[in-house]
Design a protein around this ligand. Sequence first.
Ligand SMILES: Nc1ncnc2c1ncn2[C@@H]1O[C@H](COP(=O)(O)OP(=O)(O)OP(=O)(O)O)[C@@H](O)[C@H]1O
Ligand SMILES: [Mg+2]
Length: 145
Amino acid sequence: MEKDSVYGASHTKNLQFNGKLEFARVEMRYKECLQPALNNLSFVVEPSEKVAVVGRTGAGKSSLYQLLLGFRTANKGCVLIDGEDVSKIDLRLLRREMNVVLQHPFVVQTDSVRKNLDPRHEFSDQELKEALTKSAFYLNAENED
Ligand SMILES: Nc1ncnc2c1ncn2[C@@H]1O[C@H](COP(=O)(O)OP(=O)(O)OP(=O)(O)O)[C@@H](O)[C@H]1O
Ligand SMILES: [Mg+2]
């Protein structure tokens, strides 16, 4: 469910994250009747710190980003970015400041390749071609208009 209308814009300030992340005694259940996917989880990641989360299938790795990007909310505890509760941050701002590379990639099929790459139209065609060439998705950059 899109939570825009639920969260509203209670924090309308222009976010620029430093990147301190804190999970504080987080419990998250996909349904009340199910066991928690995350159970009393607490950790802190400092700005610029690189962290890898590993665990067997079903351990809860993807559930972390569901909370981080505001697709779901914690049933108990809270998730803080730079000390701000993510559930209080405007979703558009939150998602503009975060990137996720999904396990199962998807393409918005009703739109152009360009819009999938750059939904907010922030980059020039040339910049997109350079990025595609570097990642070996676009091999004939020299011969194209
Ligand atoms: N949409 C959902 N509805 C109900 N339960 C879910 C849902 N998504 C995940 N779960 C359950 O939540 C728990 C954590 O799942 P999660 O997808 O976060 O694990 P994961 O560590 O990312 O696993 P994988 O390595 O397979 O990607 C699992 O028990 C899973 O079955
Ligand atoms: Mg996963």
